[in-house]
Design a protein around this ligand. Structure first.
Ligand SMILES: Nc1ncnc2c1ncn2[C@@H]1O[C@H](COP(=O)(O)OP(=O)(O)O)[C@@H](O)[C@H]1O
Ligand SMILES: [Mg+2]
Length: 316
């Protein structure tokens, strides 16, 4: 099993649960390039959880193939396969009678790591997910908030440096403010430790924010579209996708670009609202509308003017 980020391929992967007529996942074919975050999104019952469980062989494929770095999952030893895939679920599933250190060290212990090495790794991971490496390691899950438990779940999944992470609605049960923070931290963490990630959500906004690519599944586990967030928002392939991403998809697309991405006109500072170059086009439009302005002054990190963005430039 590779330890670097691995490419993941679904090739006509199909699951029909015993006794069912309809497939839960139906001839799913898609490639997740090494190091990318692929978000699986779709209606409840669309086969998202099933698709994840096929990868770590919690459930067997009915037909088709899944390959990790070119090798079929059936060819790996199943224990080795599961230990080299990080799995994060909504209910976290921390062991309540174990400390946070004990929880995060689960897979390293199974792999026979020395105590010292596990201690160091736990500290490193707690730091990485924004918890206190000294204080929090001694706590028990019941002493943590939902958001903190979710971070521990993430740290535990990362413990043995897996090549692949499967995340099933990891922030689903968290309130919106903490959720947004966890999303930001997850993205920061992903820039540091480039894993291949399959991230399941039923929330389109989360998919757009987190995904390098988004796979939209429709009922019956059939792939409706697999594309970058930009492509999905600007060119949904059919009405199902267009409805799913929402009538405000043009506005959502504006969250993907910043003022710094625009070609700006020469700066003329005549009392225009000043916005930094990393402001999203959506937020910039909100300011232009609220302040009834046709143009905005874009400034760099040090506050120096970079140029002027006209309102119509935001919408092109
Ligand atoms: N263990 C199971 N046995 C039989 N049918 C199942 C099982 N798990 C899920 N299903 C069915 O498979 C379909 C897809 O479910 P699931 O993968 O959980 O979807 P999602 O995660 O997108 O909500 C649903 O129709 C569900 O009822
Ligand atoms: Mg599910």
């Amino acid at each position: 099993m590779p330890t670097e980020a691995a490419e993941l391929v679904f090739d006509e992967a199909t699951k029909v649960y015993p006794g069912r007529d309809a497939a839960a996942v139906d001839h799913l074919s898609l490639t997740v390039p090494a190091g990318e975050i692929c978000v699986l999104v779709g209606p409840s019952g669309g086969g998202k959880t099933t698709a994840l469980k096929l990868v770590n062989r919690l459930i067997p494929l009915t037909s088709g193939y899944i390959r990790i770095d070119g090798r079929q999952i059936g060819d790996y030893d199943v224990t080795e396969l599961r230990r080299s895939i990080g799995y994060v679920i909504q209910q976290v599933g921390l062991f309540p009678h174990m400390t946070i250190e004990g929880n995060i060290g689960t897979v390293p212990r199974l792999l026979g790591w020395k105590r010292e090495r596990i201690r160091d790794r736990v500290g490193e991971l707690l730091e990485l997910v924004g918890l206190d490496p000294e204080e929090d390691r001694k706590r028990f899950p019941a002493e943590l908030s939902g958001g903190q438990r979710q971070r521990v779940g993430l740290a535990r999944a990362l413990a043995a440096n897996p090549a692949l992470m499967l995340m099933d609605e990891p922030f689903g049960a968290i309130d919106p403010i903490v959720r947004a923070r966890l999303q930001d931290e997850f993205l920061r963490l992903h820039r540091e430790v480039r894993k291949t990630v399959v991230f399941v959500t039923h929330d389109v906004d989360e998919a757009i924010k987190v995904g390098d690519r988004i796979a939209i599944l429709r009922e019956g586990g059939r792939l409706a579209q697999y594309d970058t967030p930009q492509q999905i928002l600007e060119h949904p392939v059919d009405d199902f996708v267009a409805d799913f991403v929402g009538r405000d998809r043009a506005l959502k697309a504006l969250t993907l670009k910043t003022l710094g991405d625009l070609e700006l006109s020469p700066a003329t500072d005549d009392g225009l609202p000043r916005l930094s170059a990393d402001t999203s086009l959506r937020d910039a439009l909100a300011v232009a509308v609220a302040e009834r302005r046709e143009a905005l002054l874009v400034v760099g990190p040090d506050g120096s003017p970079l140029g002027v963005a006209k309102r119509e430039d935001l919408l092109r």
